[in-house]
Design a protein around this ligand. Structure first.
Ligand SMILES: Cc1cc2nc3c(=O)[nH]c(=O)nc-3n(C[C@H](O)[C@H](O)[C@H](O)COP(=O)(O)OP(=O)(O)OC[C@H]3O[C@@H](n4cnc5c(N)ncnc54)[C@H](O)[C@@H]3O)c2cc1C
Length: 291
């Protein structure tokens, strides 16, 4: 990549970073909380190379593992067991022998609004549209805004890009994240009426009933032993639910969030959070591509 020496950057936000967005509680300044993108996959070679090149320190996160699942008030340590308990109708008929990822794919193709989708993956779509080999050539074009923002741009070139099937294939997904700091890590010893659980950092509790979706403790402690947990990492409909609630008053939002957390940790004595932060990525968190 050639080093650019004459660059003009236009940024609409009051901060840099876009969807990379970390915050810290003043009570635990050593714990970086990701309210946006949170990890770089080792397979993302270009991003890894770039991070090394500009000397961004990287930490090995280790294995992120889902340790508990909840749906419709049932709890299970794996998705098959959750299917058996919470979705009994899926145990017969065409769904009986489907794995959770096959069920997900089936729902994606048949039940969601993406019903029209006939090609299962973006790569298959590209091959179908262009064959296995195709070339893109340009002198220089850098578009570093999300597609919804690009739609604001007018003119022939923008119109041509927007009418391209590849551009039309980009679908934005909303997401919502909320994290809280507590005076002690109450999740480390959970004895509820439904399960016993010791949640360690980066172990995820996936719950559906209240749309929190991804609850996950952070590692590290504040100076007085304060501990941080991601209460929610929700996508699509669940993101919209929490995003819309977050637009109401702070008191209403926090009451609803605490109620939701209590509901998925039944019988657990949960202390008052010292502080809550959140971010609703309303227009786009990330994209899926399909025809
Ligand atoms: C909750 C969440 C979790 C994610 N998790 C991961 C993950 O774990 N791993 C991963 O690889 N990716 C993840 N992503 C996706 C990742 O954040 C994005 O792919 C990446 O940040 C995209 O970078 P970008 O520079 O293309 O766009 P952005 O980061 O969106 O940057 C675009 C910039 O353009 C600015 N802008 C927009 N419109 C205009 C305008 N009209 N004029 C001027 N400036 C404008 C914006 O303010 C922004 O600063 C996640 C995203 C979110 C929201």
């Amino acid at each position: 990549m050639k080093k650019e020496t004459n660059v003009c950057l236009f940024e609409k936000d009051s901060r840099f970073g876009g969807r990379d967005y970390d915050v810290r509680f003043s009570r635990a300044p050593n714990i970086a909380i990701s309210l946006g993108a949170w990890r770089v996959d080792k397979k993302h070679k270009k991003v890894m190379d770039l991070a090394r090149r500009v000397k961004i320190p990287m930490l090995e996160m280790g294995h992120v593992k889902a340790v508990l699942f909840e749906a419709r008030g049932f709890y299970a340590s794996n998705l098959q067991s959750l299917k058996e308990q919470a979705f009994a109708t899926l145990l017969s008929g065409p769904f009986a022998n489907m794995t959770s990822s096959e069920l997900y794919k089936y729902a994606w193709l048949n039940v969601t609004r993406e019903k029209a989708l006939e090609v299962p993956s973006y790569r298959d779509f590209l091959c179908q549209q262009f064959g296995n080999n195709f070339t893109v050539s340009t002198k220089k074009l850098i578009i570093a805004v999300p597609s919804f923002a690009f739609k604001e741009i007018t003119g022939d070139v923008a119109a041509e890009i927007e009418s391209n099937p590849l551009f039309e294939a980009i679908l934005p997904h909303p997401a919502f994240k909320a994290a809280a700091i507590y005076s002690y890590p109450w999740w480390e010893n959970v004895t509820s009426s439904h399960y016993n659980l010791t949640m360690k950092p980066f172990e995820i509790f996936r719950s559906g009933a209240t749309c929190l979706v991804g609850t996950m403790p952070y590692s590290g402690r504040g100076p007085q032993g304060e501990a941080v947990i991601q209460l929610s990492y929700a996508w699509r409909a669940c993101a919209i639910k929490w995003g819309e609630i977050s637009k109401l008053s702070k008191a209403v939002f926090e009451t609803e969030l605490k109620k939701a957390v209590q509901e998925v940790f039944p019988g657990v004595v949960i202390p008052e959070p010292l502080e809550i932060v959140f971010k609703y990525w309303e227009e786009v968190a990330w994209y899926v591509n399909y025809p």
